[in-house]
Design a protein. Sequence first.
Length: 225
Amino acid sequence: MAEYSIELSYNNHEVFFQIPVLPEEIEIEGAGQGETHDVAGLGEINVIKAPKLKEISFSGVFPADMSNAIQSGGFDGPADFIQRIEDWMNKKRPIRFIYVSDSLQINIPASIEDFNYKEVGGAVGDWEYEISLKEFVFYAAKKVTFAKKATASGTKKTATKTKPKRADERAKAKTVTVKSGDTLFIIAKKNLGDGSRYKEIQKLNGITDAQSKKLKIGTVIKLPG
């Protein structure tokens, strides 16, 4: 039996979910960007350059009834999926798109270019959506250092380029310090805008249920992306 899945994740898989109902089709566009020139004595030539960034688009539905849908990441309804995608867009950081099938696998960082949704008439609670992604390439300036090299005429400086470090998809961690009267719900409401996300904070910091009932003042707590 063929298995297919589409997963979106953020911040090195800190938060993720699989698309609950697989779309009927997924469109992936890729193209080269060669340049054509006329050269005397040769005529027309084509200069091959790196291909353009892939563009991915698909549409589907976030169902109100998740009983027959793919469930992952603790998401249990359309509002969860919509809120999370919009949150990722607002953070202006790339997500990771993973598509798996029997014949093809795609695993690339991507930016969310467009995301539109609407409630479906006749199917109370279901929300249709359209999403477009664009492949993202991490980039960093190369550091140039100068080394002295002895020559017959004296000392000569030569430039060497340092390879950039491997790209880190993680967003910089945000933290808060527990104050008097704070609970995980209050911290989630104040800093994430949604008190129900307190479980994410609890899991991220390894806080037990017993510890969550009485947070120690002065404790530094990490916030999810």
